[in-house]
Write a protein that binds this ligand. Sequence first.
Ligand code: NAX
Length: 331
Amino acid sequence: ARDPVRVLVTGAAGQIGYAIVPMVARGVMLGPDQPVILHMLDIEPAAEALKGVKMELIDAAFPLLKGVLATTDVVEACTGVNIAVMVGGFPRKEGMERKDVMSKNVSIYKAQASALEKHAAADCKVLVVANPANTNALILKEFAPSIPEKNITCLTRLDHNRALGQISERVNVQVSDVKNVIIWGNHSSTQYPDVNHATVNTSSGEKPVRELVADDKWLNGDFITTVQQRGAAIIKARKLSSALSAASSACDHIRDWVLGTPKGTWVSMGVYSDGSYGIQSGLIYSFPVTCEGGKWSIVQGLKVDEFSREKMDATAKELMEEKSLAYSCLN
Ligand code: NAX
């Protein structure tokens, strides 16, 4: 039998936490043959609720779940973990300044970076979900210098999946027949959902989305804003933010990273920039990536038109601003 993989979920008593832990325990993240041990971290005010989640995990009798740790101790939570899904963070509350929210998250991610660096497994893969996701991941990377930068990523797969969903609804095809959309940049409303290389699998072969939709006004307008604003639309409808789709996409992100992307398909991941596509190196920026053998690589050589260039640079600019804001919080 395989050794269990230890999966850390921070903010595990929250909404996304409650949605993702059963997925991990059922093998949605790492496959149906991979046993797991869950490490759940939350903060003191949520300690009771976290205990309740642990009770439910035990009650669900998941065959793959070989152990559950529920703790408010960061060191205990991080010890020996192979995968870290960072969902915990400080949410923006009404009337709060951007800088105050940033400052809270910078101190959380700085502390958790050190705990991961000291106590996680050497090859630990990190996915930051909590907002501002790209910048929290950047802080984590800066304060965990011994974790390879390739192992620190943030979630834009939800945006990617939202874009696939919009195309599938519009063209009236199965979502699994749509592929190779791209989310460029920040997981924020400046992200650029790009369909220029996306295709749909039809009975007469693969067709470009641009050819099938044949409505540039929609593709360059409402499609983009719908994907960018989808989070807000869900909050408006549900009075709560998206949790099941975020949890599911986080599983997709880790699964593809660990087990690989299908041939001919790429996905979007927030990863540190090596300067590809002229994006300032060191930023955590969402790129199209393929994964193989537990490693991602940025898809190279895609044509970028002027419309795309402008949008890719605008979201990079926002990330540079977030980076300076985050650094100003460190002093
Ligand atoms: P909740 O407020 O329901 O849960 C957050 C949990 O984190 C709470 O239980 C809280 O006690 C805990 N927490 C706070 N500080 C912590 C710390 N220092 N260590 C450990 N746990 C801590 O929020 P939820 O709806 O679950 O969303 C979680 C995060 O995901 C938010 O930051 C949210 O903005 C972000 N999202 C990111 C998405 C993405 O695609 N990247 C999409 C969904 C979501 O909006």
